[in-house]
Design a protein around this ligand. Structure first.
Ligand code: PMP
Length: 396
């Protein structure tokens, strides 16, 4: 595709391109000349070499998050990790109670699992967030009961980038002996995570938000004899029986390489991305009736959720041409519903629908941000001028 025609990709929270260094490494595990052997076939040298590569990748994941290697289990992605954390724990602790706690702003892979468990007789408390998108630890404390089996709160929200205080929430759970699960899909590689310090028992990861391939993720399970998960998938006993199925070596080494690069370069990446993001907002904030969602809360480096209240979001996206941005999250937009996250923050359905989620990443350039700013300002100003009840001035 010619450079001029290629979309300007500003949807990194939905997925990232795979880093060329990751692609190079993965390619070595597929073909006849490569290490394609089954990592469970340890009777021969190729199998043992594939096993060693899998264990090296496990170590890279553990190193990024301050975990021990044996606490990392490979899954097909964070959807599976979230399902495994919730269902695995609910099944193994059914005799201890039937209550679970989460927030209203979780990803669908948590919320849909919660609803399914409700249909099976569990009780779930959905803790609200405040107007800035923060889940206040005090509200979580009020929700915890002696029957609570699990508390689950995400680290960084995929729509707003707002960072939750997982240290404080985890501390409340730890004091009560309640396992604490964190969906860290949007924070891994962007914020420091040290599980040797954090009071977190289960944490979900995905490779394709960290410049790795889609279809591979991990679940961290704290090494604690009291923390037992029932497997969702049974079979050949891989991943010490927690997740059966032939290990996808190329995917796993892709995840490991992506996490290694994140450990080595994540901090510098984050500083550069934050600068670009803030420069973009500086331009957009001069427009009338444009509101930054979660602007008063700590946010991860790449997210910008802005409501363009004078116009309709779909029309705005239409006029943005080849600018690839999201209206809410990829998952909620697939369902065609206004974002549950923005509505939990107090936005009306109309305000939620007039919101763009712009997310930047490793490959975003200052030139792309310049073009994006121009294009959004132009489209918004034109649309606002013809919107019913207009007559306001729009600066750029
Ligand atoms: N949690 C969050 C916060 C996410 O953003 C996503 C991906 N959109 C997921 C979970 C699901 O991850 P995966 O695509 O690896 O299943």
């Amino acid at each position: 595709m010619a450079r001029a025609q290629r979309p300007i990709y500003l949807d990194y929270a939905a997925t990232t391109p795979v880093d060329p260094r990751v692609i190079d490494r993965m390619a070595g595990f597929l073909g006849v000349e490569g290490l394609f052997a089954n990592p469970s076939s340890v009777t021969h040298a190729p199998g043992r070499a594939a096993r060693a590569a899998v264990e090296e990748a496990r170590h890279e994941v553990a190193a990024l998050i301050g975990a021990r290697d044996r606490e990392v289990y490979f899954t097909s992605g964070a959807t599976e990790s979230n399902n495994l954390a919730w269902r695995g724990l609910a099944a193994s602790r059914r005799d201890r109670g039937c209550h679970l706690v989460t927030s209203r702003i979780e990803h669908a892979s948590v919320l849909d699992t919660a609803r399914a468990l409700e249909a099976e007789g569990f009780r779930v408390t959905y803790v609200p967030c405040n107007r800035e998108g923060r889940v206040e630890p005090e509200r979580v404390r009020e929700a915890l009961t002696p029957e609570t089996l699990l508390c689950s709160v995400m680290h960084v929200n995929n729509e707003t980038g707002v960072i939750q205080d997982i240290a404080a929430i985890g501390g409340l759970c730890r004091d009560r002996g309640i396992p604490f699960h964190v969906d860290a899909v949007q924070s891994a590689g962007k914020l420091p995570i040290d599980l040797s310090e954090l009071p977190v028992d289960l944490m979900s990861f995905s490779a394709h938000k960290v410049y790795g391939p889609k279809g591979i993720g991990a679940l961290y399970v704290r090494h604690d004899p009291g923390l037992v998960l029932e497997p969702l998938i049974r079979g050949g006993g891989q991943e010490r029986g927690l997740r059966a199925g032939t290990l996808a070596t190329h995917q796993i080494v892709g995840l490991g390489t992506a996490f290694r690069i994140a450990r080595e370069e994540g901090e510098a990446d984050a500083a550069r991305i934050r600068q670009l993001r803030d420069a973009l907002w500086e331009r957009l904030s001069r427009l009338d009736q444009v509101h930054l969602n979660g602007g008063g809360a700590p946010r991860a480096c790449g997210h910008l959720s802005a409501s363009f209240n004078a116009v309709n979001g779909e029309s705005l996206i239409f006029f943005l041409g080849n600018l690839a941005v999201a209206q809410g999250s990829a998952c909620s937009s697939a369902r065609g519903e206004p974002s549950h996250v923005l509505q939990a923050m107090g936005l009306s359905p109309g305000e939620a629908e007039s919101t763009l989620r712009i997310t930047l990443g490793r490959f975003t350039t200052p030139e792309e941000i310049e073009i994006a700013a121009e294009r959004i300002i132009q489209a918004y100003t034109r649309l606002a001028a013809i919107a019913p009840g207009s007559g306001r001035r729009h600066a750029g």
